[in-house]
Write a protein that binds this ligand. Sequence first.
Ligand SMILES: NC(=O)C1=CN([C@@H]2O[C@H](COP(=O)(O)OP(=O)(O)OC[C@H]3O[C@@H](n4cnc5c(N)ncnc54)[C@H](OP(=O)(O)O)[C@@H]3O)[C@@H](O)[C@H]2O)C=CC1
Ligand SMILES: CC(=O)N[C@@H](CCC(=O)OP(=O)(O)O)C(=O)O
Length: 345
Amino acid sequence: MIKAGIIGSTGYAGQQLVWLLKRHKEVEIIFLSSHSYTNLTFSDVYPQYDRFIEDLCIDIHTAENKFSLIDVLFIALPHGKSFDITKKALNLGVKVIDLGADFRLKSTEAYENWYGLTHGCSDLLAASIYGLPELYRENIKESNLIANPGCYPTASILALAPLLKEKLIDPNSIIIDAKSGVSGAGRKENIQTLFAECNESIKAYAVGSHRHTPEIEQEVSNIYGENIYLSFTPHLIPMNRGILATCYGNLKEKITQESLNKIYEDFYRDDYFVRMRKNFPETRWVKGTNLCDLHVCVDERVGRVIVVSAIDNLMKGAAGQAIQNMNILFNINETHGLELMAMAP
Ligand SMILES: NC(=O)C1=CN([C@@H]2O[C@H](COP(=O)(O)OP(=O)(O)OC[C@H]3O[C@@H](n4cnc5c(N)ncnc54)[C@H](OP(=O)(O)O)[C@@H]3O)[C@@H](O)[C@H]2O)C=CC1
Ligand SMILES: CC(=O)N[C@@H](CCC(=O)OP(=O)(O)O)C(=O)O
C-alpha cells in the first residue's frame, strides 16, 4: 500500500483529493492536515462524508512529525506555503506532489514577478517536474517532486499542444478565452465569489495579468521550441465546477479538418484521459471525472483554428491529475482510482 499524507486537506482541492484517495485501493491515508479545523473530523468539516471519512484533521506541525511514516505527501496550500514542508518531506525520502504553483515555473524571477513572493527554495526548481502526464509521463516516473499544473493551464496546454508540436499556427497569434466555475477560487472567504456577487453574471478578470499566463507560456514554448507570448483571458461564471477554454491560433498554411482531426487523434492516442469529441465539449460531460474533452475546428474563411477544451477544475485541473501523477510515480495503472464517475444529467 502507498502511505499518503495530505496537507491542506480541507480546501476544495484537498477535499477532492481525500475523497479520491479514500476510494483508491492501493492507498492508505496516514494523516489529514488542516489550518482552521484542527481536532475536528473530516466529516465535521464536510458533512457529506459522514460515516465514510472520519479521520481527524491534525495541525501542520503534528503532520510534519509523521512524514517518516508516509511514501507520498500531497500539498494543497495557497501559493508560497509549500517551500519548507517540501524540503522537509524530500529530505526524509518522501515523494511530494504539490497542487499549488510554487514549483511550476522554472524561472525564479518569473515566479517572484507574477506571484509577488520570494521563492523559498529555487534550488529545487531544476528537479521539479511539471506534472502534466500527457507531456511528461516519462520524467514524472523518475521524479520525487511533482508540480501539479494549474487548472486553466491544463485545459489550455492540452488544447494547444498538437498544433504547436506540428508548428501549424503562428505562435504569436494565440488567444485563450477561458471560463471557470467558482470552486476554482477555493473555499477561502472572498467577496468576489459570494453568491450574490457572481450568480447570474459573467465577468472577465485579471485580463493581461493572470498568473497562469507565464505557466501556459512556459509549457507551450517548450513544445514549440521558441519563446511564445500569448493572450489569456479568464472569466468567472456562475457554476460550481468546470473550465471551458476556447483557444485560437492563425494557421500558417491551409489544412483540412480531416488532417487536423488525425493530428489530434495521433497525438493523444495513448492518453486515456483525453477524449477527442465530434462536437464542441461541455463542462457537464467531464464533471466529476479526470477527463479533458477536446474538439478542434478549422475556420477556413479566416484561416484560423479554434480548439475548445473542457475539464473539471477540481479533477483534471487539480486532485484527479494529482492522483494520476501518484499512479505514475508508484508505477501503477494511471487510471487507478480515477475510473468513470460522471453522472447524467
Ligand atoms: N480550486 C481549484 O480549482 C484549484 C486549486 N489549485 C491549487 O490548490 C491549492 C489549494 O487551493 P484550494 O483548495 O482551491 O484553496 P482553498 O482556499 O479551498 O484551501 C486552502 C487550503 O490551505 C489551507 N490554508 C490556508 N491558509 C493557510 C496557511 N496560512 N497555512 C496553512 N494552511 C493554510 C486551508 O486550511 P483550512 O481549510 O483549514 O482553512 C485549506 O486547507 C492552491 O495552491 C490552488 O492554487 C490548483 C488547481 C485547481
Ligand atoms: C475562478 C478562479 O478564481 N480561479 C483561480 C485559479 C485557481 C487555480 O487553479 O490556480 P492555481 O492552482 O494556480 O492557484 C484564479 O483565477 O486564481
